[in-house]
Structure formats: structure tokens, C-alpha cells
Design a protein around this ligand. Sequence first.
Ligand code: SAM
Length: 287
Amino acid sequence: MISDTEIKNQVREFYDHVGWQEQSDGFYQNASYEDLRPVAQDYIHKCHLRVLRHLNPTGYFLLDAGCGPIQYPEYLEYSKGYQRRVCADISLVALREARKRIGSHGLYVVCDVAYLPFSSNSFDGEVSLHTIHHLPSDEHIRAYQELYRTLAKASRAVIVNGWDNPPLSIFLNVWISLYERLYAISRPQVKTANLAHDSTSSTAHTKSRGTYVRKQNAAWLQNSIGSLMPIKIWCWRSLSVRFLRTFIHERLAGRFILRLIYRCEERFPHFLGKYGQYPLIELRKNR
Ligand SMILES: C[S@@+](CC[C@H](N)C(=O)[O-])C[C@H]1O[C@@H](n2cnc3c(N)ncnc32)[C@H](O)[C@@H]1O
């Protein structure tokens, strides 16, 4: 069996040599897991900005745990009201790239989110996006505890990771699979061509998954973390990238549909946070 240290080494190597390498389109390889098409841009942008609602707007240090290269412009907003952004990552390449973006506004620390080398109550705000799922599952609780320990009193942290097979995605995946099957029957020759060349197709997306990921579900979060610290589950984004790429298109009123979905997420943030694809977990440390 592979050890926790080996898992972390694999993850680090993946990000150093693959995830944070720039591709010919100017984006990092990691961005191939996101829907960057113009039709989804406004929806994705607004979902990214949701993080801001759950952070104290100003403070001294903001911790970005598993910062990567701070790859999307919206990420820069999170630390605008803070004196310094402490970028923490096990990948040196990630930190070098992050420094290109925020220079002296940042402090750069190679470390493990499950063993943060910071004193308790240090940060006025914290974000950790799409990172805890890369830890061995027996260290997920520890990572939450570390984020909670290092958070200052009367402060909040935002954690985003996809759920493992949430009910909404299970339901939508049935329709996606059906659609893909029908599409393959009606146009077999086109499918072959797509598989070979289209890196944005959902199939290519699935195939390019490159490193260790262990996702949890809402019951796990509520039982294992909710019993240790105050958490609230909100909606970050209810739809998977696979759904977006399959059903959201300019010619099929994609922008309009996404506006409606966004409104639903605003109306039912806790329900869609719990049952949709990506929750936003707000961690609060009281006075
Ligand atoms: C999917 S990327 C997300 C990066 C960024 N937060 C974002 O949303 O674009 C995951 C990042 O977490 C880092 N990472 C993975 N395991 C880690 C660990 N145990 N400690 C610190 N960083 C870790 C990786 O090196 C990578 O930069």
C-alpha cells in the first residue's frame, strides 16, 4: 500500500511537472479541468466571487492554503483588503508562479496544509480551494483542524472542494451518459475525431485526471468536522464541468440557462451546497 508521504510526493511532482506548466493556449494544464468557454464565463466569475461574502473584508494576513499560482483573476480579490497574502503550497513551482502575480504582497511558504507551520490564531482570513482533496483521506480532519487552529478569533475561513458523487450530479450524470450514448450512435465518426483532438471534451477531461484525489460527502463533513468546529455549507457551484460542457452552449441559450441556475443557487444556497457538486464551507472562529 502506498504511504501518505508517497501520496504527497506524487501530488507535488504532478503539480511541479504537469499541473502548473503553461500550455500552448497560455493557461496552466490545471485549467483544463475548468470550463473556460465564453458561454460559461459570467457564471464561473460570479461563483468565484462568492468566496468574498464569507471572508472578513480586511485584515493583516490572509492565508491561501494550497494557493497554486493564484491562477484566476478573481482570486486576487480575496486578499485586496489584507496587508499580506500568505501563499502556502507543497509545490515550489506553484509558489514561484504565485510570486509572479502578487510579488511583495505575498509571503511564500512551502508547507503541508495538514501541518501548518504557523502559530495559532494568526490569520484574519483563510481560503483553501480544491486542495484538501489531494490529502490522504486520514489527514482531511487534520487539515481542517489546522485551518481552524491558525484562524484568528472572530475570523472566517472558506474551503472549497468537490463532493464525492453528490445527489444532483448522480442525477445529471444519467442524462449526460444518455446524451453521450445517443450522440455516439448518431455520429460515430465525429466522436472518434473528438477523442483524439479535443482536449475540452468531457471524455478527454476525465482521461487527463492526473493525481491522487479523495473526495468526501456532506454526511462525512457534518459528522467529522461539524462536531469539532462551527461550519456552514453554502453553494459555491452546483454544476460539474462535465455538465457544463455537455449541455451549456451558446446556440442553446447557455448564458440564459446559467443565469437561471445562478439565481437558483442564490435562492437555495444551503440545499444546493449540500447536494450540488461544489460546496463552499465556511469555518468560523468565534471570539
Ligand atoms: C487543484 S490545485 C488548486 C490551486 C488553487 N487553490 C486553485 O484553486 O486554483 C491544488 C493545489 O494544492 C497543492 N497541494 C496539494 N496537496 C497539498 C498539501 N498537502 N499541502 C499544501 N499544498 C498542497 C498543490 O500543489 C496545488 O497547488
